[in-house]
Write a new protein. Structure first.
Length: 366
């Protein structure tokens, strides 16, 4: 029997994870992490409701629940990085940094101090223990969360448990219903890690200055105004405010490029416009879960966003902390600051931060 501390969020996934661990005979306790103290407005982050749900589940399971704040660590290690990336005109993935720095560092350290052998979360992923530690995709392709976990180390994985990795979301909800958990049909969280669901541009504007500028077509025709290029990402359709234009079709407009220095947003019409696609990308800040980087050229699969079907690709160059990736099929909306994550079959190899898309188009996607 192992001592396991579960990160109990108040959601159905962590609740079922705790139930499964008890069924397996582990000595289980739980921690509720509250890591955002800037405001507790009910319309933004229902932390009180989540804590109430976590307490209810802990009571039903008969396990101890401790509330811990890692708000200082979150601000220093996650949110500052989030703001720096946006100020640079990039589109970061805060959940990836949050997993690395909070859930599998600060929380793991705290649980270790409590005498835990393992921590457990409700992530949809699997861990292979032999012959070496590896991160595997979850069985549920629609919920697989290895994209958000690819920066974990073997040491972190060795101390972690993912009880839901062999289950589908439907199976998890069905088990929660059979257990009598009132959160069995609770909506999944889709907001920023620990901050919640918000009107994103309004939230970001509290920390990043608005800098209005021009919206241009690829031939430099000015067709509108934006609030600041940092508030837009490659491939975005909503929020451009571009109405019907003379000599233009009725097709919607999409962000195709950002010139952060000139404060210009470039747009194109049609979701399949060639300017939205890149054949490859350059990535940096590489992390490999295994002991060493692969030799090149290296053929594998990759995804550039969560839930994207795996794309066949070749890592054609790998030097220091950078790699060049060539895809078999051109990729839509390659955004700087997002992550590219590599796979061989069910094994997640690691990944890196996208620096730029690579193609012969006029605008470098960033």
């Amino acid at each position: 029997m192992s001592r396991v501390v579960v990160g109990l969020s108040g959601g159905v996934d962590s609740a079922v994870a705790a139930r499964l661990l008890l069924d397996q005979g582990h000595d289980v306790s739980a921690v509720f992490m509250k890591n955002w103290d800037e405001d507790d407005a009910a319309d933004y982050c229902p932390a009180a409701e989540d804590l109430g749900d976590a307490r209810d589940i802990a009571a039903r399971l008969g396990i101890d629940l401790q509330t811990v704040s890692f708000s200082a660590e979150y601000w220093d290690r996650v949110f500052r990085h989030f703001l720096r990336e946006y100020e640079a005109g990039r589109t970061p993935s805060p959940d990836i940094v949050c997993n690395r720095e909070i859930k599998f560092r600060a929380f793991l350290d705290h649980a270790t101090g409590l005498g835990a052998d393992y921590i457990a979360t409700g992530h949809y992923a699997r861990i292979r223990r032999e012959p070496d530690t590896a991160l595997l995709r979850g069985i549920d392709e629609n919920k697989d969360q290895t994209y958000f976990l690819h920066t974990l180390t073997r040491a972190q994985l060795a101390r972690s448990l993912f009880p839901l990795g062999t289950m589908t979301k439907d199976e998890v909800r069905a088990l929660a219903h059979r257990c009598g958990f009132p959160n069995h049909d609770k909506k999944d969280s889709t907001g920023i890690c620990f901050i919640g669901e918000r009107r994103f541009n309004e939230f970001l504007a509290r920390y990043v200055d608005k800098r209005p500028g021009e919206i241009r077509t690829l031939d430099n025709r000015v067709i509108g105004r934006h609030e600041g290029v940092v508030f837009y990402t490659i491939g975005q359709r909503q929020g451009l405010g571009i109405g019907g234009l003379r000599d233009s079709s009725e097709d919607p407009w999409y962000v195709a490029g950002k010139d952060t220095a000139a404060n210009v947003l470039y747009v194109v019409q049609g979701g399949n416009h060639p300017a939205l696609y890149r054949q490859g990308l350059l990535a940096s800040q590489l992390h490999w879960i295994g002991a060493a980087a692969p030799g090149v050229p290296f053929t594998c699969q990759a995804r550039i966003r969560h839930r994207q079907p795996l794309q066949s690709c070749t890592i054609t160059a790998l030097e220091n902390d950078h790699c060049t990736v060539q895809f078999d099929t051109a990729q839509r909306a390659v955004a700087a600051g997002q992550s590219v994550v590599f796979y061989t079959g069910e094994v997640c190899l690691g990944g890196g931060i996208i620096e730029t898309g690579l193609n012969g188009n006029d605008i470098e996607q960033q």
